[in-house]
Design a binder for this molecule. Structure first.
Ligand SMILES: Cc1ncc(COP(=O)(O)O)c(C=O)c1O
Length: 391
C-alpha cells in the first residue's frame, strides 16, 4: 500500500472528540457516563432559529451560494460585531464559513510560512498548535497561568515576540480555562502589538458568555483591526454547534485569499444555515440570556463542589462554560486522573495536557450539563479521590 503524507505527523487533533468516542463505547457496553468532556451547550437551538433554517430549506435555499457568504448574513455579522464590540466593520470584510474553526485553519495557512513563529496560548484550544505545525511554522507557547487568574502579562507576550513572529493568537474568554483578557491587560497587549508588525487572530467565540465582566477586544485599538482576524461563531452563543456556522472580520488583504481557500475546500456555507444565522443575530435574545443564567448557576455549583474535593482547587472562571481545576494535590498526573475518572467513576473529563504542556496538573470540566448530573459527577469524583492509595 502507498504511504501516507509525511506532513500528517504534524497535524494534531482535539482530544475531546477521542474521549467522547471512548465514553460512548463505555456507554454502549452498558456503563453510565456523565459527559463533562465536550465543549458544547446542552441546550437546543432556540426555536425561532430552527424555524428560520427550515423555512429557508422549504423556500428552496438548497443550492450553492457565494463562497464569501450571503450578503444578508455578512451585513448582519458586521452590524452585530459593530454593536457588540464597538467597532466599525465593513460587511465587505466579513466572511462566513462552516464554523469558526475554518478561520483558524485558513487564517494560519494564509499568513504563515515555514520558519515563521506564531505565539499562541498554552493551555489553549488544541487546534492552534496543530494548525501552526501543519503550516510548517514554529509554535511559541504563551503560558496561561493560574496565579494571574488564567491570563498572562504583557511582558510575557513582549518577551516572546521576535523578528520572526508572524502571527499572535489570542483567545478571550478562553478555552480551556475560562480566563479572560480584561480591559487593562487588553490595553497593554495592544501597546505591545502596536510596535510589532505581525498578524493577529483574536478568537472571540465565547465573547458573549461572560460572567460579571465586560468583553475587551484587541481589535478596538488604533490600527489593530486592520491586521486582526476577529473570529466568532454561532456554536456557543446560540447552541448551534451542529449547524456549522461561523464568521470573521478580516484585514482587507486577507479577504480574497481566504475566500479562495474556501473555494478550494468547502465551496460555500449552506445557505439555509446562513439564513438561520441571520435569525439568530437579529431575533429575540431571551433564550440566550436564560442559557447564560443557567451556566452561571452551574459554574457556581461546579466550582464550589470542586473546591471541596481532596487535593483539588478551582478558581472561578470568568467566561465560557469550562472549569479548570488544579488537581496537582491529588498526586496523580492529569491524564492518569482523567482516565481513571472515566474508567472507574464514569465521569468523562479532559486532562489539562490535552490543551498543551502547560495544562499539566489540571483537568477541564465542561459544565454544559444539568445541575443534577454535575452533582452526581462531583460525588463520583469524591469517591474516587477518597479511595485509599494502594500500598
Ligand atoms: C476557543 C475556540 N475557538 C473556536 C472553536 C470552534 O468553534 P466552531 O464550532 O464555531 O467551529 C471552539 C470550539 O470548541 C473553541 O473552543
Amino acid at each position: 500500500m502507498a504511504s501516507l503524507a509525511a506532513s500528517l505527523d504534524r497535524l494534531g487533533t482535539e482530544t475531546a472528540f477521542e474521549v467522547l468516542a471512548r465514553a460512548k463505547a463505555l456507554e454502549a457496553s452498558g456503563r453510565r457516563v456523565i459527559h463533562l468532556e465536550i465543549g458544547e451547550p446542552d441546550f437546543e437551538t432556540p426555536a425561532h432559529i430552527v424555524e428560520a433554517g427550515m423555512k429557508a430549506l422549504r423556500d428552496g435555499h438548497t443550492h450553492y451560494c457565494p463562497a464569501a457568504g450571503l450578503p444578508v448574513l455578512r451585513e448582519a455579522c458586521a452590524e452585530h460585531l459593530s454593536r457588540h464590540r464597538g467597532l466599525a466593520i465593513d460587511p465587505g470584510r466579513v466572511l462566513v464559513a462552516p464554523g469558526a474553526k475554518p478561520f483558524l485553519f485558513f487564517g494560519v495557512l494564509a499568513t504563515c510560512d515555514p520558519g515563521d513563529e506564531v505565539i499562541y496560548p498554552n493551555p489553549g484550544f488544541p487546534i492552534y498548535e496543530s494548525v501552526i505545525r501543519w503550516a510548517g511554522a514554529t509554535p511559541v507557547p504563551l503560558p496561561i497561568v493560574e496565579e494571574r487568574g488564567f491570563a498572562f502579562s504583557a511582558d510575557d507576550l513582549a518577551e516572546r515576540l521576535s523578528p520572526r513572529t508572524k502571527l499572535v493568537i489570542l483567545n478571550s474568554p478562553a478555552n480551556p480555562t475560562g480566563g479572560i483578557v480584561d480591559r487593562e491587560l487588553n490595553v497593554e497587549i495592544a501597546r505591545v502589538l502596536a510596535g510589532h508588525d505581525c498578524w493577529i487572530v483574536s478568537d472571540e467565540v465565547y465573547a458573549e458568555m461572560l460572567y460579571d465582566a465586560e468583553h475587551a477586544t484587541v481589535a478596538s485599538h488604533e490600527g489593530l483591526l486592520e491586521r486582526t482576524i476577529l473570529l466568532d461563531g454561532f456554536s456557543k452563543t446560540f447552541a448551534m454547534t451542529g449547524w456549522r456556522l461561523g464568521y470573521a472580520a478580516l484585514p482587507a488583504p486577507l479577504v480574497e485569499p481566504i475566500t479562495r481557500l474556501m473555494i478550494n475546500s468547502v465551496s460555500c456555507t449552506a445557505p439555509a444555515v446562513q439564513l438561520a444565522g441571520v435569525a439568530a443575530l437579529t431575533g429575540p435574545r431571551d433564550e440566550v440570556d436564560l442559557m447564560l443564567a443557567e451556566f452561571r448557576r452551574r459554574r457556581d455549583a461546579v466550582v464550589a463542589g470542586l473546591n471541596e474535593l481532596p487535593g483539588v482547587s478551582c478558581v472561578v472562571p470568568r467566561g465560557a462554560f469550562y472549569a479548570f481545576p488544579n488537581v496537582s494535590g491529588t498526586g496523580l498526573a492529569a491524564k492518569e486522573l482523567a482516565d481513571r475518572l472515566l474508567d472507574e467513576a464514569g465521569v468523562a473529563v479532559l486532562a489539562g495536557t490535552a490543551f498543551g504542556e502547560y495544562g499539566e496538573g489540571y483537568l477541564r470540566l465542561s459544565y454544559a450539563n444539568s445541575l443534577e448530573n454535575i452533582e452526581q459527577a462531583l460525588a463520583s469524583m469524591r469517591s474516587l479521590l477518597e479511595e485509599p492509595v494502594p500500598v
